[in-house]
Ligand binder design. Structure first.
Ligand code: NAD
Length: 480
């Protein structure tokens, strides 16, 4: 009998109101069961919101320096648990062990950024607005906030939302993705170890479709920070609108890389490999469309195919592995269907496809060329290691094609032509623009969010990542 991961509510691991559990499969071993997690009910969500609401009264009045000290000790515990956590992430998500360590490092970097920056929100004073009137602006935490995260960065995304929420004085009910409950349970343990008071951070496992509505629809939940698909984000937004619940939605992408004739070809290829196949193409900022000018299209494609052939796909815990399995059965089936659809619509499959290693959910680095704007593979997010190559006439056409997309998350260009690069930066319709750097590169000081169907509300990181969790108040004090 596998261990059952329990909800973490009011500082203790608790059995849920119902008896149902769901299996946590290791995607590199089909049919395996790492452990099970509670399939929570609405009653469990209700319990978590109630304790978070009670804990808010004290936490919101806890001095920021004290909250910083607790988050600092959480980051210390996270750094100490890096290797153990990385193993868990690789086992339940399938990303390579090197990628999982990178995920923990990214969470530490971002956490330290939020820890430093929270004191920026001290408010402004207004110089003497009307004779004897003294006036200033001050910030207040919102209350209980809901954090809903995806499985692709199971601990980094939850930290990017939870730490700013806690630092600014809010309490949290966290719902992790069903593919990755173990990392979430480990994180709950770290919050406990760091001395986060009971009820300030709570974690409830379960299917979004069955408990999500309860979290979003409760009037005590003042904001939802969600990362996941555009489809679910749209549903959450319409539900949240009914109660004027604040939302921060980080959604899907179909990110384009443009390669011009004067590009450093080797650098462009390495950037394609990194952002096309990193975490088996399951970054929201993964490169998935490549727009090539005719002068270099053939040379680029040949080099890319050679690099793909050299990639080692296999056990994510093996240090030598370049790409692990995709995250699970439904991911695998969806990617396989997208590959079939691309073939049926006339795209040329140049390499890859489903792996014959059926021990796990393995997809090989897959490249299609001859992709046109009308094809689904050009428009729909696949969220797997599948690249769509198209040849375009020039930069004008590359920008038109790159922007001809519902999504607008990330993008990149490789060129040595500075005016062309600056034009791309100006005209690309995306929240992130990279010149001679892969499309997944980011730093916590700058906003992480998308345009168009890729995001809604203030982006994460930067300063908005903290400000999202605060209300503003203007205060006026008369002389008498
Ligand atoms: P998903 O939308 O299926 O699920 C995300 C989370 O929402 C999960 O915890 C899920 O249980 C929950 N959920 C599902 N239905 C819900 C509902 N009705 N109410 C409330 N919660 C619900 O996404 P996923 O498959 O976990 O992740 C992949 C997607 O996430 C991709 O589209 C990817 O591009 C996107 N993503 C975006 C970013 C970003 O920063 N923009 C980062 C990572 C992933």
């Amino acid at each position: 009998m596998s261990e059952v991961l329990l909800n973490y509510i009011k500082g203790v691991c608790r059995e849920g109101a119902g008896a149902d559990t769901f299996a946590n499969e290791n995607p590199s071993k089909r049919g395996s069961e790492l452990n099970r997690a509670q399939a929570s009910t609405e009653a469990d969500v209700e319990a978590a919101i109630t304790v978070a609401s009670a804990a808010f009264k004290t936490w919101s009045r806890t001095p920021v320096a004290h909250r910083q000290a607790i988050v600092e000790s959480f980051l210390g515990a996270l750094a100490a648990g890096r290797d153990e956590l990385a193993q868990i992430v690789s086992m339940e998500n399938g990303k390579t062990i090197r990628e999982s360590r990178g995920e923990v490092d990214s969470a530490l970097l971002e956490g330290r950024h939020h820890l430093r920056q929270v004191t920026v929100f001290a408010g402004e004073s207004a110089p003497d607005p009307d004779g004897d009137v003294t006036a200033w602006e001050q910030y207040h935490p919102l209350g209980v906030v809901g954090v809903i995260s995806p499985w692709n960065y199971p601990m980094n995304v939850m930290c990017r939302k939870t730490l700013p929420a806690l630092l600014t004085g809010n309490t949290v009910v966290f719902k992790p993705a069903s593919y990755t409950p173990w990392s979430a349970a480990f994180m709950a343990g770290l919050f406990d170890e760091a001395g986060v008071p009971a009820g300030v951070f709570n974690c409830v496992f379960g299917r979004g479709s069955s408990i999500g509505n309860r979290l979003i629809g409760d009037p005590r939940v003042r904001a939802i920070s969600f990362t996941g698909s555009t489809e679910v984000g749209r549903r959450i937004q319409s539900m949240a609108a009914a109660g004027f619940t604040r939302t921060q939605l980080e959604l899907g992408g179909k990110n384009a890389l443009i390669v011009l004739a004067d590009a450093d070809m080797d650098a462009a290829i390495e950037a394609t490999i990194k952002a096309g196949f990193g975490c088996a193409g399951q970054w929201c900022t993964s490169t998935s469309r490549v727009l090539l000018v005719p002068e270099i299209a053939e040379a680029y494609t040949e080099k890319l195919l050679a690099r793909c052939a050299a990639m080692q796909v296999g056990d994510p815990l093996d240090e030598a592995t370049d790409m692990g399995p995709v995250a699970g059965a439904s991911q695998f089936n969806a990617i396989a269907a997208s590959i079939e659809k691309a073939v049926s619509e006339g795209a040329n499959l140049r390499c890859g496809g489903i792996s014959d290693n059926d021990g796990g959910y393995y997809v090989l680095p897959t490249v299609f060329d001859g992709v046109t704007r009308e094809m689904s593979i050009f428009r729909e997010e696949i969220f797997g290691p599948v690249l769509a190559l198209s040849t375009v006439k020039d930069l004008d056409e590359a920008l038109q094609w790159a922007n001809d997309c519902d999504y607008g998350l990330s993008s990149a260009i490789f060129t040595r032509d500075m005016p062309a690069a600056l034009r791309y930066v100006r005209e690309i319709e995306a929240g992130m623009a990279h010149v001679n750097i892969h499309s997944g590169f980011k730093t916590p000081e700058l906003p992480f969010g998308g345009w168009k169907d890729s995001g809604f509300g203030p982006p994460e990181n930067g300063l908005t990542g903290l400000e999202f969790f605060l209300e503003r108040k203007a205060v006026y004090i008369g002389a008498t």
